[in-house]
Each structure stands twice: as C-alpha cells, then as structure tokens.
Design a protein around this ligand. Structure first.
Ligand code: AMP
Length: 227
C-alpha cells in the first residue's frame, strides 16, 4: 500500500504514520526525520538544513527532492511506503507525480489530518521526543511515567528546537501559504480522505484505519504496542 499523510505540523501525522508503518510493515518516509538526522552533521549541508528548520522555513525543493528520490528507490519501498511531510510545495508535487508515472506506480490513498492552529500550538509546545526510539510524549496529554524520561528505552526526552511558539507559528504560516493549496490538486485526481485529529492518538488511529478500509480490531495488539 502506498499512502500519503497530509496535514499541518503538529496534527499527529508522524504518530499515525509510525503506527501504520509498524502495523502494515511498510516504511515510514518522514522528510522531517531524515532532515533532522542530516542536520546533526557539522557539514555545510547540515548547518544549512539546521538554519532552515530552526527558523520554521521550508528546505529548498532541490534538496528535498534528491532525498526523497534516493529513499523511495530503496528496495524496502517496493511493496509500499507512507509519505509523511512530503510533498509540501508545487514543485515537489510535480516531481512526485512524474516520478510515480515513470515507475508505473500510484498512491493508493491520501489522508489529510486537520486541527485548529491554536490547538496545534498547545500540542507542539508540550511535545517531548525520545532521541533514541523516537517515541513521542506530551507534558499534559501523554506524560511519561518518570518525568522527562522515555518509558520505552529510559533515554532523557528533548523538546525540538522548532517547537517554540514563535517557530510553530512560522511553520503554520509556511503550511497555510505553501502546502495547504496542494490539497486541491489531490482532491481533483486521487481524492483525499479528511480526518479530524483527536487529542487521544488511538482514537485518531481508529478513524484512520476505518478510512483506509482496514478493521482496527484486526490490528489492535500491534496498534496498542506502538501508541
Ligand atoms: P516536520 O518534522 O515534518 O514538521 O518537518 C520539520 C522541518 O523540516 C520543516 O519545518 C521544514 O523546515 C523541513 N521539511 C520537512 N519536510 C520538508 C519538505 N517536504 N519540504 C521542505 N522542507 C521540509
């Protein structure tokens, strides 16, 4: 299955993509995660990526397209993948459309997850992430058992540099200006399934599974072990 998850930063795309990836055994391609890994390097590219991301701006299309091109061509994507955070601009849509056509493959379903900007600011501002296993916690909604420590692997949690209110608002601005308009393109050809994000990750997951024609009960054990 080839899936695309759309939505503003902070709606829970990453959590839903992670759950789908582990339950359906297809790779989760998060351009944000790939960029964050590359931005750890002290190379010129790493420093430049960090600057874009810390300012809440989109990374240039040429860079992101190269990254996605390389990732989708890997063998583990031959049975499907989940795109999270890509495409975000019209040039990225154009690239993806022509790449899929060249490869003779198509996206099976697109899910758009929505949430109000104010709620996004509240969710992202309290988000805490495990750098090791990538588990996501929240200071109000999903507290770890021990303050600031990952329940899964005991690693100290961190707050992303771009999860400050000022930068979250800039990221939302970039989303509304550059990414939201892409929806019409997909509504007109593949079709988009719209889902409202709930504060409880599992209830959003149940909606996502139903929308994809999958019975969440069949996957319950795996869903519970991931979320
Ligand atoms: P995310 O984790 O998806 O919220 O992405 C974090 C940051 O990575 C964004 O604010 C952008 O700076 C950058 N980024 C991720 N995906 C893309 C993309 N498809 N195009 C441009 N920049 C991106």
């Amino acid at each position: 299955m080839r899936l695309m998850i759309l939505g503003a930063p902070g709606v829970g795309k990453g959590s839903q993509a992670t759950i789908l990836s582990r339950t359906l055994s297809i790779p989760h391609i998060s351009t944000g995660d790939i960029l964050r890994e590359k931005a750890e390097c002290t190379s010129t590219l790493g420093v430049m990526l960090k600057q874009y991301m810390n300012q809440g701006s989109l990374v240039p299309d040429e860079i992101i397209i190269e990254i996605v091109k390389e990732r989708i061509r890997r063998n583990d994507c031959s049975n499907g993948f989940i795109l999270d955070g890509f495409p975000r601009t019209f040039p990225q849509v154009t690239y993806l459309d022509s790449m899929l056509e060249d490869e003779g493959i198509q996206i099976d379903a697109i899910v758009n997850i929505s949430l109000s900007d104010d709620e996004i600011v509240r969710r992202l501002g309290g988000r805490r992430i495990c750098p090791t296993c990538k588990a996501v916690f929240h200071v109000d909604f999903k507290k770890p058992e021990r303050d600031g420590i990952c329940d899964e692997c005991n690693t100290p949690l961190f707050k992303r540099d771009d999860d400050s209110e000022l930068i979250i608002r800039k990221r939302l601005h970039a989303y509304h200006a550059q990414t939201e308009p892409l929806m019409a393109h997909y509504e007109n050809n593949i079709g988009v399934i719209h889902i409202e994000s709930d504060a409880d990750i599992q209830s959003t997951t149940i909606k996502v599974f139903h929308a994809l024609g999958l019975n969440p009960v069949d996957y319950l054990e795996r869903i519970q072990s991931v979320s």
